[in-house]
Write a protein that binds this ligand. Structure first.
Ligand code: PLP
Length: 445
């Protein structure tokens, strides 16, 4: 038995894996990582084309973050959420240098899911209203509240969820019935906004606490809003006194080639949630950034929320060191530069493969959407996943040393932000080969 097989067998005997039927899990026995690569227990190397869960933004094994975590453990491993620590003071100051103007107060938790739940609690507290509008093609976390806010099928198993969530459609140019051939961004944005305005009217603006959006949709297929959409949602929120919550759990910390996704459209939400890239996942940490309006409400009103691990000093130290790395290595700039290369490589793939319906990317957040037929746009795999084509592509990639996230008909391309052009080209050449499996399957049907 290989070292990998032995480790996997031992782990499977006593572990309960997430998002899986237990008999179907097929994990890699990961033993170490460096930069864009990680290795399994048999010494096999993999390029990490998904930064694990779109979270290891600075790359694996960065000594600067590891040493900072060790030093914090020596200085003070834990302090309760009611304590003030050096790292707590420093991280607030440091984050405020990068968040959009006005978002300068931070509530620390441990995951993207709890950040979104706290954001909704805050919005309900401030407005005294209960409804939250959230999109269908969205993911906001797996905890009970956040899975209810999630629009995609992952919520079904947890329904009925929390009350007050109203679904709204997505500005999804490739599949939206509102998009007409030849539309400019402005035209398409306008139609989406008119539809949203109508839903707000039907629901009653005085009942709506917040509109919650992933600034750029992540796992549901890198849906980049048309220019004008986010600005329009901001304006609509202002007009109806509704709070705008942007979920930047995946899009934050350089992933899109800007510090935050909202920077591309120069929009400041009232509340912004972050996790993943905040520590590059070296330790678990989330933050909810709020503006003065939200913060001022809670100067006199109690905020009923908190966790034993809120503002955990070791996690805060990891975040401080991560931000330092992003700045020092200009990873936001590298995400822009390599993002241009990724977009080019996507276009080349699209020109070559009949199974590619659409390619989308912004910075190093990317995705390839596979179809049976470019005209009908029929997805290569069903909405809830399944079929054997995507698993066969995943198996080919793994065999050839590339790890990424494939689900439904989507193949994600999200390397760490430290990726080089050579690494990106080598990896996408393997993706190119793997896509012949998709072409063949599309052709056979
Ligand atoms: N929001 C978005 C946009 C995400 O992509 C995720 C996780 O993938 C979450 C929230 C939930 O974060 P976590 O898994 O840390 O709870």
């Amino acid at each position: 038995m290989s070292a990998s097989s032995e480790l996997i067998a031992r782990a499977r005997a006593h572990n309960f894996f997430s998002w899986s039927a237990q008999d179907a899990v097929n994990p890699i026995a990961m033993v170490r990582g460096e930069g864009c690569y990680f290795w399994d227990a048999d010494g096999r190397r993999y390029f990490d084309l998904n930064s694990q869960s779109m979270c290891v933004n600075i790359g694996h094994g960065d000594r600067r973050v590891i040493e900072a975590i060790k030093a914090q453990a020596d200085e003070l491993a834990y302090a309760g959420p009611g304590m003030v620590t050096r790292v707590r003071a420093e991280l607030g100051e440091r984050l405020a240098q990068h968040t959009p103007a006005g978002l300068e107060h931070f509530f620390f938790g441990v995951s993207g899911g709890d950040a979104n739940e706290n954001a909704v609690k805050m919005a309900r507290g401030v407005t005294g209203r209960h409804k939250v509008l959230a999109r269908y093609r969205s993911y906001h976390g797996a905890t009970f509240g956040s899975i209810s806010l999630t629009g995609d099928h992952r919520r079904w198993a947890s329904e009925p969820g929390i009350p007050g969530v109203v679904r709204i459609p997505d500005p999804y140019k490739y599949r939206s019935a509102l998009y007409r051939a030849g539309d400019s961004d402005a035209d398409f944005a306008q139609r989406c906004l008119e539809q949203l305005e109508e839903i707000v009217m039907f629901e009653g603006p005085h009942t709506i606490a917040a509109i919650l959006l992933e600034t750029v949709t992540g796992t549901n297929g890198v849906i980049i809003p048309p220019n004008g959409y986010l600005q329009g949602v901001r304006e609509l929120c202002n007009r109806h006194d509704i709070l705008l919550i942007c979920d930047e759990v995946m899009t934050g910390f350089g992933r899109t080639g800007a510090w935050f996704g909202v920077d591309h459209w120069d929009v400041a939400p009232d509340i912004m949630t972050m996790a993943k890239g905040l520590t590059s996942a070296y330790l678990p940490l989330s933050a909810v950034a709020v503006n003065d309006r939200v913060f001022d409400h809670f100067r006199k009103n109690v905020f009923y929320g908190g966790l034993t691990y809120s503002a955990h000093p070791m996690c805060l130290a990891a975040a401080l060191a991560t931000i330092q790395v992003i700045e020092e290595d200009d990873l936001v700039g590298n995400a822009q530069r390599m993002g241009r290369v990724l977009a080019e490589l996507h276009d080349e793939l699209k020109a070559e493969h009949p199974s590619i319906g659409d390619v989308r990317s912004i910075g190093l957040l990317g995705c390839i959407e596979l179809v049976r037929d470019q005209k009908s746009k029929e997805p290569l795999a069903p909405y809830t996943g399944g079929g054997d084509v995507m698993p066969r592509i995943a198996a080919y990639l793994r065999e050839h040393g590339v790890y990424t996230y494939l689900w439904r008909n989507l193949l994600h391309t999200n390397p760490p932000l430290c990726v080089t052009e050579t690494e990106l080209r080598e990896t996408m050449a393997i993706v190119n080969d793997a896509l012949s499996i998709a072409d063949e399957a599309a052709h056979l049907d």
